[in-house]
Design a protein around this ligand. Structure first.
Ligand code: GTP
Length: 669
């Protein structure tokens, strides 16, 4: 089979890349209309093309649905999804081949800085196989468990995946999780064993693991080096041959699934759509099934990987659509768009993401409330897994309680707010969503339900009003070389986990399954696991419901007065160690005052930990007698200014940033 994989500009020449089996050769090519579009994009990722700049639009009717492959690249963290995407973009002439193409689809500053993908990115590739033109749509997904919602949403626009496994590390926890996501979605999986160039690569061993754990015959595995570009042609060939075309109907009325959105300051909301039925073009009037609002389509196109306007988009194709949605609340991920004159049954959309941790978010200065509100709205449009509820606190003012899929997700969201919207925020101690089954008739009436979810520790109901408390649990998967199994089992036990399963996936690798209380793994479990396994063990988890737990609310007191921001829900057995740690950190953050300050952790009326901030020995003003009146005035003025920045809890004056320091150290832990 001979595949024309791409046309574009390379080193100033128009080129065409052909693949014949494993051989690929570049030929000069006089560019037709389509190729000129692709050529204009090659090697110019950073440039944005507006419709005005691009006179010639791509005719997407050239690609019947039989010639379309929509696929995601899924893998464990760092197994090289983005690098493989680079090579596929190069091979199809979508971008020019240079040594600088390093994870080109990771466009966000936070992704570049952290070297991880946090946002699924899409790119459309054109190629020619035995005289037929193909339209391939690739989605590069994140690997970390906190961003698995990005993966599951991406799969809704695909018929297959490239399941990439590192030839040195073998199957890891997220490989298993991603395979089962793919399996549940009934998509074809093409196993790709990558990094075969590494000295310790053992592709044979990984082939056997894939066969044992996923029941995929080893001869279906494709062995590559994404870094060196070895055997990428076979991957492209397999995409065309093994991933089935989308099952769609072009003659039916339009049904387009919105699977992602971004906000552009000038053009409003840009939606990423997968067309399940029909056709859409500029000028069509479309309706949002979610809001029932009607819009005129201003532009449609594909991401190549930048926006490339097209005449139309047809069923089976994935692209973008701009329809004058100016308000972020109008654009819902999971929404269905249909033609104004041809209403249809909406597509099922997505299961909403289930937040694993909640934290309060407040503007550093209350005058910035409105700008922070707008920034959060715009960012949640691009990250629909974040949930937002309004909240307020005596010390921190008006703010929100946000739900995240994990702590890394929380950190990345915070960093994106700072980097992309110049917003600076205060984050409170993260907590997992506990539940309480109420016994008090008064409370049941107030909440209008018997079982309530507590996402703000300040609202934890007293034990006398509750039948039982429940804590969220997750089913965790650990994959490790067997020499670390003993230590890992002890760690899991210390985290109150219950072992569910243990299997060898090859001669010296073990897969362990444990039921963990979520709050025991959410902060530092992963770090502990990595450090005791010298970095070799991997971890992933999935939601497993709730279990009964002996929970207590722990207050922090300053000279007997409760500090609202530091109220924490803890398991009874861990209360002492957590309380002691908070008291110690608060002691370091409080300035000395004219009297002694008692910092206490308490459960109800019982004090479980205490620290003391000693008083100043002398009054600093006492020395300023007689003629030293100027110095006395200066000191009084400075004290008065300082007081403005203080929050008074009882008689104790607390600098506003004291809590922030305590909370920050807690979440940094
Ligand atoms: P996340 O999105 O963060 O999960 O990462 P990823 O799966 O997209 O991995 P990425 O492509 O960022 O690659 C991770 C690291 O592996 C980078 O340092 C790459 O340079 C390196 N790498 C990728 N492919 C190969 C390969 O074939 N051989 C070798 N030796 N290194 C590779």
């Amino acid at each position: 089979m001979r595949i024309l994989v791409g046309r574009g500009w390379w080193r100033g020449r128009a080129i065409t890349a052909w693949v014949s089996g494993a051989a690929c050769r570049m030929l000069p090519w006089p560019l037709p209309a389509l190729s000129r579009g692709a050529a204009a994009h090659s090697g110019a990722l950073e440039r944005r093309y507006s419709s005005a700049e691009r006179k010639e639009k791509v005719d997407m009717s050239r690609f019947p649905f039989e010639n379309i492959s929509n696929f995601s690249i899924v893998a464990h963290v760092d197994h090289s999804k983005s690098t493989l995407a680079d090579r596929l973009l190069e091979l199809t002439g979508t971008i020019g081949k240079t040594n600088n193409n390093k994870q080109v689809l990771d466009k966000l500053q936070v992704e570049r800085e952290r070297g991880i993908t946090v946002k699924a990115q899409t790119a459309s590739l054109f190629c020619n196989c035995e005289g037929s033109q193909y339209f391939l749509h690739l989605i590069d997904t994140p690997g970390h468990v906190d961003f698995s919602y990005e993966v599951s949403r991406s799969l809704s626009a695909c018929q297959g995946v490239l399941l990439v496994v590192d030839a040195n590390e073998g199957i890891q926890a997220q490989t298993v999780a991603n395979f089962f996501l793919t399996f549940e979605a009934q998509l074809s999986a093409i196993p790709v064993i990558n990094k075969i160039d590494l000295k310790n690569a053992d592709p044979k061993r990984v082939e056997k693991q894939i066969e044992k754990v996923f029941d995929i015959p080893s001869d279906e595995c494709i062995k590559i080096s994404a870094k060196l570009g070895t055997n990428i042609e076979s991957v492209l060939q397999a995409i065309i041959e093994r991933i089935p075309p989308p099952k769609v109907h072009r003659k039916n009325p339009l049904r387009a699934l919105v699977f992602d959105s971004t906000f552009d300051q000038y053009r409003g909301v840009i939606t990423n759509v997968a067309l399940f039925d029909g056709v859409v073009s500029k000028g069509d009037r479309v309706v949002s099934a979610h809001t029932q609002k009607t819009y005129e389509v201003n532009e449609v196109g594909v991401l190549n990987p930048n926006e490339l306007p097209t005449h139309k988009l047809y069923a089976g194709q994935v692209g973008y659509l701009i329809a004058g949605m100016k308000d972020v609340t109008e654009a819902q991920v999971g929404d269905t768009l249909y033609l104004h004159k041809q209403p249809v049954e909406p597509l099922p959309g997505f299961k909403s993401a289930k937040p694993m941790v909640f934290a309060g978010m407040y503007p550093v200065d209350q005058s910035e409330y409105n700008s922070l509100k707008s920034a959060i709205e715009k960012l949640t449009l691009n990250d629909s897994s974040v949930t937002v509820h309004r909240d307020s606190s005596l010390a921190l003012g008006a703010g929100w309680r946000l739900g995240f899929l994990g702590l890394l997700h929380m950190e990345v969201f915070n960093q994106r707010l700072e980097q992309e919207y110049n917003a600076s925020v205060i984050l409170t101690t993260p907590t997992v969503p506990y539940k309480a089954v109420l016994s008090s008739a008064k409370l049941i009436k107030e909440y209008r339900e018997k079982e309530i979810t507590i996402i703000n520790p300040a609202q934890f109901p007293d034990k006398s009003k509750v039948t039982e408390y429940l804590e969220p649990v997750v089913l965790g998967t650990v994959i490790t070389p067997d020499e670390y199994t003993g230590k890992i089992m002890m760690l899991c036990q210390a985290r109150r986990a219950i072992q569910k399963n243990m299997v060898f996936i090859d001669q010296n690798r073990v897969m362990l399954k444990y039921l963990f209380p979520l709050n025991e793994i959410v902060v530092d479990f992963y770090d502990s696991l990595k450090s005791l396994s010298s970095g070799y063990a991997s971890f992933d988890y999935e939601d497993a419901g709730y279990q009964t737990a002996e929970l207590v609310k722990m207050d922090i007191l300053l000279n007997g007065n409760i500090v609202e921001e530091l109220v924490t829900i803890v398991h009874k057995d861990k209360a002492h160690s957590v309380g002691k740690a908070i008291c110690e950190r608060l002691k370091d953050s409080l300035p000395r005052q004219l009297f002694e300050i008692a910092i206490q952790a308490a459960i109800g009326s019982k004090i479980i930990a205490r620290e003391t901030v000693k008083a100043y020995r002398k009054n600093v003003l006492a020395k300023c007698y007689g003629g030293d009146i100027t110095r006395k005035m200066k000191l009084l003025k400075r004290q008065a200014e300082g007081k403005k920045k203080m929050r008074k809890i009882g008689n104790v004056e607390v600098p506003k940033d004291a809590f922030i320091k305590v909370l920050k150290t807690q979440s940094d832990k």
